[in-house]
Design a protein around this ligand. Structure first.
Ligand SMILES: *[C@@H]1O[C@H](CO)[C@@H](O)[C@H](O)[C@H]1NC(C)=O
Ligand SMILES: *[C@@H]1O[C@H](CO)[C@@H](O)[C@H](O)[C@H]1NC(C)=O
Ligand SMILES: *[C@@H]1O[C@H](CO)[C@@H](O)[C@H](O)[C@H]1NC(C)=O
Ligand SMILES: *[C@@H]1O[C@H](CO)[C@@H](O)[C@H](O)[C@H]1NC(C)=O
Ligand SMILES: *[C@@H]1O[C@H](CO)[C@@H](O)[C@H](O)[C@H]1NC(C)=O
Ligand SMILES: *[C@@H]1O[C@H](CO)[C@@H](O)[C@H](O)[C@H]1NC(C)=O
Ligand SMILES: *[C@@H]1O[C@H](CO)[C@@H](O)[C@H](O)[C@H]1NC(C)=O
Ligand SMILES: *[C@@H]1O[C@H](CO)[C@@H](O)[C@H](O)[C@H]1NC(C)=O
Ligand SMILES: *[C@@H]1O[C@H](CO)[C@@H](O)[C@H](O)[C@H]1NC(C)=O
Ligand SMILES: *[C@@H]1O[C@H](CO)[C@@H](O)[C@H](O)[C@H]1NC(C)=O
Ligand SMILES: *[C@@H]1O[C@H](CO)[C@@H](O)[C@H](O)[C@H]1NC(C)=O
Length: 427
């Protein structure tokens, strides 16, 4: 999920502008990924059967529908956190956390307390002796761009060792969230977010001045350890699973390398491997990397290229595509059977298919998307299109539909994102 950049006067956050200064990504030569790294299976969580927890269409736009989580060790606890390449803060919901309806950006406060059962998170984090409070900064991260409600988390930051896939980020800053309007929604293993972005995307505030500040993100800390400085590739890869068999298997995350292409659950081919350089997220006031932003050449649909002349964030915490309105509309006009448009939602038959092949073109190679990966399902069983008109200035996002059809490499060594196609795999 992409943090929403809230514009609070005293925080001196500059309004985002989309500065188009690059060009579509060049084809980059084939990368050689030497180290196998440590792989880990991802769990896939669906909405519990029969649950009716959607808070209206905001949740749909915002991907609070399904999550990919991995176990993370903090102190003597192991908690599952959502794999999120669209944000940079790693946090866990703290035992005793207060739950609110929304966060008001005018008064800068959470408003309308609600029963904590509404938040409905999985196991909660109890900071122990491992957790050293950092009283200089605090966390306030808001996700997505909801209408009427803001889903934010607030709490203390502290230092602790964070271990994932057998690698430890020593004394990493994590959030111990004690107030939230961002809900767990009854997903049994959802205890927080693993923010895999760059340090520039961290959302911290100076506790004295409230000024926005940054800290070393989890991946930054990890890739600066001696282990990664000398022996391992500074990259991680994701091969998300569409979990056709409903077993709860969510795919593979590999840190320090790339998953095996021949693994049946990956089944990637190097035939059209390409890379695209990472872009500084358009932000006129900083030259830091925030998230995994790349230029797509565009979308290929029915043999035509619909070009996308701006950078796009690759966001594993988002279950859909948030793209320009003209392109979203062009695609949504081609569902078979046709969809029913209601406000910003396009309701679909759950077996609906686009009537022409659809792919995303990156560095000259087109990665085709299985139609099933473009159809979302709400808790009540209703299906809808995951092709959604984006909302600048928050920008465009490409989420799980691409990540379920490729093996994606997030490469801090070369500062590129690389993709191997994998439409068909054991899932
Ligand atoms: C609060 O959020 C709304 C909607 O995103 C925005 O239009 C408004 O400028 C924000 N107000 C402040 C004080 O940041
Ligand atoms: C399911 O929920 C959505 C969103 O709240 C609503 O628009 C739709 O009508 C519901 N469908 C059924 C069959 O209840
Ligand atoms: C909060 O919700 C729980 C579970 O639904 C219920 O048992 C409890 O009474 C509620 N508490 C309050 C203060 O309403
Ligand atoms: C944290 O990790 C560092 C380095 O891996 C280690 O030296 C230290 O003992 C660990 N601290 C705790 C509390 O486990
Ligand atoms: C949450 O933590 C902050 C900072 O430590 C504190 O000021 C606030 O009172 C806490 N809120 C709750 C509900 O415990
Ligand atoms: C917080 O702001 C104060 C006053 O400008 C500054 O001295 C301090 O270094 C800042 N702390 C952090 C952690 O940024
Ligand atoms: C920082 O923000 C908090 C919460 O909105 C507010 O109570 C406090 O007065 C602010 N401090 C400064 C120095 O602006
Ligand atoms: C943009 O730059 C400002 C000032 O450095 C910073 O506070 C803000 O977090 C940055 N936004 C992003 C998305 O990096
Ligand atoms: C991309 O956008 C820039 C600035 O808006 C414009 O000058 C340029 O012509 C556009 N390129 C294409 C291929 O549309
Ligand atoms: C769309 O609307 C038509 C006419 O009301 C209805 O028959 C059909 O079932 C609807 N399809 C979906 C996917 O909601
Ligand atoms: C792997 O992909 C090929 C096509 O590229 C397909 O024929 C084969 O069945 C796939 N294997 C699995 C295990 O899905």
């Amino acid at each position: 999920m992409r943090p929403l950049l809230i514009l609070i006067q005293f925080l001196h956050v500059t309004q985002l502008k989309f500065v188009v200064e690059g060009r579509p990504s060049d084809i980059v030569s084939r990368g050689v990924h030497k180290h196998a790294g440590h792989s880990l299976s991802l769990k896939r969580h669906r909405w519990p059967e029969g649950s009716l927890r959607l808070q209206g269409t905001r949740n749909i736009v915002d991907n609070q529908h399904m999550k990919y989580v991995v176990p993370v060790a903090v102190g003597d606890q192991i908690l599952n956190a959502e794999i999120d390449t669209g944000s940079s803060d790693t946090w866990f919901v703290q035992t005793g956390c207060r739950c609110y309806h929304t966060y008001d950006n005018t008064s800068n406060a959470f408003v309308t307390p609600v029963n904590s059962s509404v938040c409905n998170f999985g196991p909660t984090y109890t900071p122990g002796n491992d957790f050293t409070l950092d009283s200089d900064i605090h966390q306030l991260t808001c996700y997505g761009a909801g209408v009427g409600t803001r889903r934010c988390v607030f709490g203390s930051f502290g230092f602790t060792n964070v271990t994932i896939n057998g690698f430890t980020a020593p004394q990493q800053i994590i959030g111990a969230v004690n107030e939230t309007s961002n809900y767990g929604m009854g997903l049994p293993d959802y205890s927080g977010i693993l923010g895999l972005g760059f340090s520039g995307g961290t959302m911290a505030y100076n506790s004295t001045t409230n000024a926005s500040t940054h800290y070393s993100s989890l991946v930054s800390t990890l890739f600066n350890t001696p282990e990664f400085s000398s022996r391992r590739s500074k990259q991680f890869s994701l091969a998300l699973s569409r979990d056709a068999s409903n077993t709860g298997y969510g795919g593979t995350m590999t840190i320090g390398g790339v998953a095996s292409l021949t693994e049946p659950s990956v089944n990637a081919t190097s035939a059209s491997f390409t890379s695209a350089p990472l872009q500084i997220f358009p932000n006129t006031s900083t030259a830091e990397y925030s998230w995994y932003s790349i230029y797509l050449d565009g979308f290929e649909f029915g043999g035509q290229m619909l070009s996308l002349n701006t950078s796009t964030i690759i966001d594993s915490g988002y279950n859909g595509l948030e793209i320009p309105r003209e392109i979203a509309t062009a695609l949504n006009d081609h569902w078979s059977p046709p969809g029913n448009v209601s406000g910003t939602t396009v309701f679909l038959d759950c077996a609906a298919k686009l009537d022409q092949p659809f792919g995303m073109t990156i560095g000259g190679a087109t990665y085709y998307i299985q139609f099933a990966d473009l159809v979302g399902q709400m808790a009540n069983g209703t299906c809808y299109s995951l092709v959604i008109a984006g909302l600048p200035p928050n920008g465009y996002s490409i989420g799980d539909p691409l990540l379920k059809n490729t093996l994606a490499v997030f490469d801090w060594g070369e500062m590129v994102m690389s993709f191997y196609p994998r439409m068909y795999y054991a899932s």
